[in-house]
Design a protein around this ligand. Structure first.
Ligand SMILES: Cc1ncc(COP(=O)(O)O)c(C=O)c1O
Length: 433
């Protein structure tokens, strides 16, 4: 099946008892056992079924199957937020200590997780100087447990060379974990290029309406955990917390995602509510259609900004002179992201006046809504970073990040035009002269 069809049908057929066509919301904490033996078989992971909604829930299970199929993976785990998904994704490879080698262009909170929070738990985030494969290679050592990148960086908009990063990670015997939130599997399927694990904030383009937080981890099933037994003892030695289970032996290709569920979802929670799973499923039904319009509108807005004399720079990877343009062709089939940044003439002050003058475009910290959104990263999402860290993450004091929605593009452009007019009227006059 193709994306559009998977997004609407995968993981669910009208269920046997009521024949409900929409995915039912199973608002239940627990599930009845037929017998003591049945309960034991469920706990032993020998029988298929549900026992308690912290571990799995039928509504969330449909969402998991749908996302796994969209990504071309062998399984997925849905969790409460994108950050919970990232946390579980990292600790699930590095909970015996070690380091994660990352590109520097990350969503601010993920940067904080790797640079401040995980180190307190013995997992060190190592940031490369750039997203170039040789910069990543330099930092990998015997304690590395994964390479990490956002397929499209938020907010830098950089497109990572997934194939090259996967090659380097695999040459060192570690998996490549990617955050595919901004691209979505509609624009890019990282497993086709060798990534091993994909993580999502479902809050963004996949959910698509800015109503519901959610996250997911997807397992490609391709990383050979048993081959790298010394580096990943958690997959290859009996797990005392689960009556001696050896994950790689027992689950083979689904070892990573089963361990994420059995170890982290089971003991730490971060559960997605069934109602939120339902809402996210509604959003996902239209994701392919929406992404087309997001991409198209963004291209027109970026072209408008680039021609405008009040604008100092536009960082849009769909322009042929962007250093990422060849990667946009290779990985995104020419569909540059609707998330991009620009700076207006007059620096920080003019940027703030522009931001405050927006009427249709919402001022907030979110991306991937049907609505057009704007953010000033230096004062919000990236404010915990030093100026130098902000710069390597692609954030300047005047940077405005746009997430272009699916409204009529003329309305979006008219709003930007009137806000630019308030921020730098003299530039307009100069242009007219
Ligand atoms: C690329 C990326 N990953 C992860 C997250 C975190 O997602 P959530 O807000 O669902 O926890 C975000 C949030 O903006 C994001 O932009």
């Amino acid at each position: 099946m193709r994306n559009e069809t998977i997004a609407i049908h995968a993981g669910y057929e009208p269920e046997a008892t009521t024949h409900a066509v929409a995915v039912p919301i199973y608002q239940t904490a627990a599930y009845a056992f037929d017998s003591a033996d049945h309960g034991a078989a469920l706990f032993n992971l020998e029988a298929e079924g549900f026992r308690y909604s912290r571990i799995a829930n039928p509504t969330s299970a449909v969402l998991e199957k749908r996302i796994a199929q969209l990504e071309g993976g062998v399984g997925a785990l849905a969790v409460a937020t994108g950050q919970a998904a990232l946390h579980f994704a990292f600790v699930n490879v590095a909970d015996h200590g070690g380091n994660i080698v990352s590109v520097p262009q990350l969503y601010g909170t993920t940067h904080t997780l790797l640079s401040h929070i995980l180190p307190r738990q013995g997992i060190i985030g190592r940031f490369a100087e750039s997203d170039q494969p040789d910069a990543i290679a330099k930092l990998i050592d015997e304690n590395t447990r994964a390479v990490f990148a956002e397929t499209i960086g938020n907010p830098a908009g950089n497109v990572c060379d997934i194939e090259a990063l996967a090659r380097i990670a695999h040459a060192h015997g570690v998996p490549l974990i990617v955050d595919n939130t901004v691209a979505t599997p509609i624009l890019l399927k990282p497993f086709d290029y060798g990534a091993d694990i994909a993580v999502h904030s479902l809050t963004k383009f996949l959910g698509g309406h800015g109503t519901t937080l959610g996250g997911a981890i997807v397992d490609s099933g391709n990383f050979p955990w048993a081959k790298h037994a010394d580096r990943f003892p958690a997959y290859n030695k009996p797990d005392a917390s689960y009556h001696g289970l050896v994950y790689a032996e027992r689950f083979g290709r689904t070892a990573y995602i089963e361990r994420a569920r059995s170890v982290y979802q089971r003991t730490m929670g971060s559960v997605l509510s069934p109602f939120n799973a339902f809402l996210l499923l509604q959003g996902i039904e239209t994701v392919a259609l929406r992404m087309e319009r997001h991409v198209e509108n963004a291209r027109k807005v970026a072209e408008f900004l680039r021609k405008d004399s009040r604008v100092a720079w536009v960082n849009y990877t769909g322009f042929p002179d962007s250093p990422y343009y060849p990667l946009v062709q290779k990985y995104l089939d020419g569909n540059a992201s609707s998330l991009f940044t620009f700076g207006i003439k007059g620096g920080m002050e003019a940027g703030k006046t522009f931001y405050d003058a927006l009427k249709l475009i919402t001022r907030l910290v979110n991306i991937g809504d049907a609505k057009s959104l704007a953010c000033h990263p230096a004062s919000t999402t990236h404010r915990q970073m030093s100026a130098e860290q902000q710069r390597t993450a692609g954030v300047l004091p005047e940077t405005i990040r746009l997430s272009i929605g699916i409204e009529h593009v003329s309305d979006i452009i008219e709003d930007i035009d009137q806000a630019l007019e308030k921020a730098c009227p003299s530039a307009r006059l100069q242009a007219a002269e």
